[in-house]
Design a protein around this ligand. Structure first.
Ligand code: HOC
Length: 385
């Protein structure tokens, strides 16, 4: 039963047992030995809290502002491709769930639903961003960006960590065939090498810093580089005049042995502060977030928001929109309780002093005990779909 899913790991365990194997293979796979996939999550285990006491925590306020939008919690639905692999209705369910929790959805270039469907599903003053894979044909890219702006998207997140597809062996082995996706028209697909390869051949590997002014000339949306992995590039992004970066390694799906977003965040924010640049650029982070405490840690370190991908896909694939909403609620509940326990009533009051990060930069190859490839919850509850 949905009400018996007590945390995000439960959804993953059920998804693994019940999803079609090609879909599970595509969503869950990561590059090479999946070391970065696991590190994304375990890095959070190397950060501890230093709670402060005797603070009035009767009322906890999780609301915050991301790129000018007031949201009810500091996490957003990040872009993930091929939603219809998991559920016949696809990403539109994420749009509706995001609405009900007043959080932002990032629309993926490679969504199964069409861009129009996802924008049309928006309600009231709901806010969406666009995630962009840059097409070799820049006219197509320009059209996508300008359509997004015209249709009300409030941020352009350009993916910069994928000049070539990472090698996801689970996905390749399961030889998924790409039916029902909304891949860019006119693109030839190769369905024999897994889902990711089938849909990615249009992406331009020549994308470089020199292209940023062109993007700035074709849109007024804030531009955010998604997939930044070192502080030097954050500084370069400030210089280039973009509004933000997402510290991300693409959920471990691209370069194996890329460091976790949370570690890069801990490296980045002190340097930005030291140079007085922390107000000049908004820093987001994603990858491996499974607990409210993970989100709190990222916000303490100075993130403006935290992206979550796979957990929403697993919840959508097993329980549809209700599952996604439950995941969002669980995260909010975990955040509220743990904010109280560390002695902080508001997101803006979170600060690095609430954390002990001494162990963060000390890497070990231990596997997280709670989840990912090592879940042993028994007996498993079979979802009623
Ligand atoms: C080189 C292109 O984000 C995934 C999706 C699609 C990847 C395209 C990468 O599977 O991670």
């Amino acid at each position: 039963l949905l009400s018996e899913c007590f945390n995000l790991h439960d959804f993953e365990a059920i998804a693994r047992r019940t999803m079609k194997k090609g879909a599970w293979g595509y969503y869950s796979s990561a590059a090479d030995d999946e070391i970065t996939l696991r590190e994304n999550h375990s890095a959070y285990h190397r950060i501890w809290f230093r709670p402060q006491i005797l603070v009035d925590v009767a009322n906890i306020d999780l609301s915050t502002t991301m790129l000018g939008t007031k949201v009810d919690a500091p996490f957003y639905v990040t872009a993930t491709a091929l939603g219809k692999l998991g559920h016949p209705e696809g990403e539109v369910l994420l749009t509706r769930a995001a609405r009900s929790h007043n959080i932002i959805q990032m629309i993926p270039t490679l969504a199964s639903c069409s861009f129009d469907e996802l924008v049309d599903a928006r309600q009231g003053d709901q806010v969406q961003w666009l995630q962009l894979y840059v097409n070799k044909d820049r006219d197509i890219t320009k059209r996508i960006v300008q359509t997004a702006e015209r249709r009300g998207c409030k941020g352009l997140f350009i993916t910069v960590d994928a000049p070539q597809l990472g090698r996801r062996e689970k996905d390749m082995r399961l030889k998924f065939t790409d039916s029902g996706s909304n891949v860019q028209k006119g693109t030839k697909t190769d369905n024999t090498q897994g889902a990711a390869r089938a849909i990615s051949s249009f992406i331009d590997p020549s994308l470089s810093w020199a292209d940023i002014p062109w993007f700035q000339s074709i849109t007024k949306m804030p531009i955010i580089l998604k997939g930044v992995q070192r502080v030097e590039d954050v500084l370069r992004a400030v210089e280039a005049g973009v509004q933000g970066v997402v510290l991300s390694n693409h959920g471990g799906r691209q370069l194996d042995f890329a460091r976790s977003g949370i570690e890069i965040l801990a490296e980045t924010m002190p340097v930005l502060r030291q140079h007085g640049l922390d107000k000049k650029i908004d820093v987001f982070v994603d990858g491996g977030v499974r607990r409210g405490t993970d989100i709190i840690k990222a916000m303490c370190l100075g993130a403006k928001g935290v992206g979550i991908g796979r957990p929403f896909l697993y919840a959508m694939s097993t329980y549809g929109q209700a599952g996604v909403e439950r995941v969002m609620q669980l995260l909010k509940d975990e955040m509220e309780m743990n904010m109280r326990l560390i002695g902080c009533a508001k997101i803006e009051d979170l600060h690095p002093g609430l954390l002990d990060t001494r162990g963060l930069f000390v890497h070990s190859n231990s596997t997280p005990v709670d989840s990912l490839s090592h879940i042993t919850y028994d007996p498993l509850v079979v979802p009623s779909q």
